[in-house]
Design a protein around this ligand. Structure first.
Ligand code: BTN
Length: 261
């Protein structure tokens, strides 16, 4: 199942009149994140700009992986904002975005969980959505952050290389809301959780992340190209958002990489 490319007006119809978002929609881009970085650097785009493409020819995933982004079937969206805090808070932003997307998908009737740091998984532990955050800093402060979000919406089939691990909102819930409504829910939830992070710090976001998470209390393996894989019991996340893994050597703080449940 696919639908016609999104138009900004369709999304604004679901948002309050005073929404801060400047939404730009395209039929085709190489990557919404690459384009958003371009207009941020070259045209000084304002904070709270969102770029959506119906199809991406070079969608970028985490850890240098490609992101499969066919036409008409997913929500491929990047958001840019200019935070007023320093780069030490990077993990809290990453986890805040995961909370916002999980909240938006649950508002759309799709049950989901978060796999550290920010993959959104179905109850059957297949990936529904991936998130990639890029922080652009100078020596003193963060200039801007680009968050790329890829949500599988209508797909009934995936390419062979991801068919065993991917799923879509349609596959999880049967009924699927229009992409314009899903986009508006994501933008709204992002704004809400970003304001919460700015006003009250990471503690309330951490509490929400823990409610959605599907890692704590499970044995898992952490893979990171900088070191050998580590297997242990996930015993939580710390006050900065790093994963805590209990192994024979004690509790280790995991700052990067990927996890296998
Ligand atoms: C992951 O590897 O899990 C993160 C995937 C992020 C994909 C999204 S799709 C919209 C945005 N544009 C990109 O090129 N990547 C992100």
């Amino acid at each position: 199942m696919t639908t016609a490319p999104l138009k900004a007006a369709d999304i604004y119809a679901y948002l309050p009149a005073d929404t801060p978002w400047d939404i730009k929609c395209f039929d085709l881009l190489d990557s919404t994140s690459t384009y958003l970085q371009h207009i941020t650097e070259e045209e000084n785009a304002k904070g709270f700009t969102a770029v959506i493409a119906d199809e991406q020819t070079a969608g970028r995933g985490r850890l240098g992986r490609p992101w499969h982004s066919p036409a008409g079937s997913g929500l491929w969206i990047s958001l840019m904002f200019r935070p007023e805090f320093d780069s030490s808070r990077a993990p809290s932003i990453t986890l805040m975005v995961a909370v916002a997307v999980a909240q938006a998908l649950e508002d759309m009737g799709v049950k989901c969980g978060i796999k550290w740091p920010n993959d959104i998984f179905s109850p059957a532990r297949r990936k529904l959505c991936g998130i990639r955050c890029e922080m652009h800093c100078d020596m003193e402060s963060v200039d801007y952050v680009i968050v790329g979000i890829g949500i599988n919406v209508y797909q009934e089939k995936f390419p062979a290389e991801i068919s065993a691990i991917a799923t879509s909102m349609h596959q999880v819930s049967g009924e699927t809301a229009p992409r314009a409504e899903i986009a508006a829910a994501v933008l709204d939830a992002f704004e809400e959780n970003y304001q919460l992070l700015c006003a009250e710090g990471f503690a309330p976001i951490r509490a929400k992340w823990l409610e959605y998470n599907c890692c704590v209390g499970r044995r898992l393996t952490v893979t990171d190209e900088r070191q050998a894989p580590q297997t242990g019991l996930c015993c939580g996340i710390d006050e900065q958002g790093y994963l805590l893994l209990e192994t024979a050597a004690g509790v280790t703080r995991i700052t990067g990489g990927d996890i296998i449940l």
